[in-house]
Ligand binder design. Sequence first.
Ligand code: BTN
Length: 268
Amino acid sequence: MTTFDPANMPALLGEAAPHFNVDAVVEIGSTNDELSRRVVARLAASGSVLVADRQTAGRGRQGRTWSADPVRSLTFSVYWRFSRSPMAMSGLSLAVGLGVLQGLQGLGAQSLGLKWPNDLLCQQAEAWGKLGGVLIELSPGRHGVDAIIGIGLNLLPVAVDGVQTACLQEALPSDSAPDRAAVLAAVLKSLRSILAGFDQSGFAPYRAAWESAHVWQNQVVRVTQSGETLHSGRCVGVDEAGVLWLETPTGRCPVQVGDVSLRVGEAT
Ligand code: BTN
């Protein structure tokens, strides 16, 4: 039996309930892979959500792994069908990151921020720690684009490779353990409006809110991939396609891939 009980979801989702169908499994390789399999087999409609207590082959960005814990984390994927063309989907991962952040803020979480492209951070003492991440996989559908939106959140302290990450419990005013179903409902309610808005107008309407939540806006950062520095410069913001722009000594430069880290105490 799963520790996550989907039976309470319709009541928790309220007006958003007709837009989602939540299923839960004890263990799966990856919720993204399983939901994608169900979509291809026509076993899942847009709005299907799959929660897993454990993932044995969970995937993160840049080929990293992402596990799940039945108590300490909330791990799920959402299938959403967009009517936009595949070329008009850029910026979706930033919009989803913003939706997750706003959903958690609705529960009272404080000191949250976003890191390009889609990391959810929480400020602990002076430093920002990773509270969650988003992995989106797109495929062209018959009348638009099918998106599998995978989201992993740390609810209680967890260690990744021996390093303690940030967690939602630290961001909430009460010190009690966050309720997984209540967290999922808050995030889905927020996502519903953002996914519908994105389908209409793309990332543009969310750009200003994303930049105000961006933890390294106007700060000097380094962009790396596989340990190699690709760019270095001051973050000036994101454009309507969700591309990050840096001010470098040789001019403005767009960043489409990579991991962004702060260059403490350095100027451009
Ligand atoms: C990241 O690297 O920051 C993104 C992590 C996304 C992990 C989630 S957990 C649910 C879904 N299933 C997966 O295999 N990955 C995503």
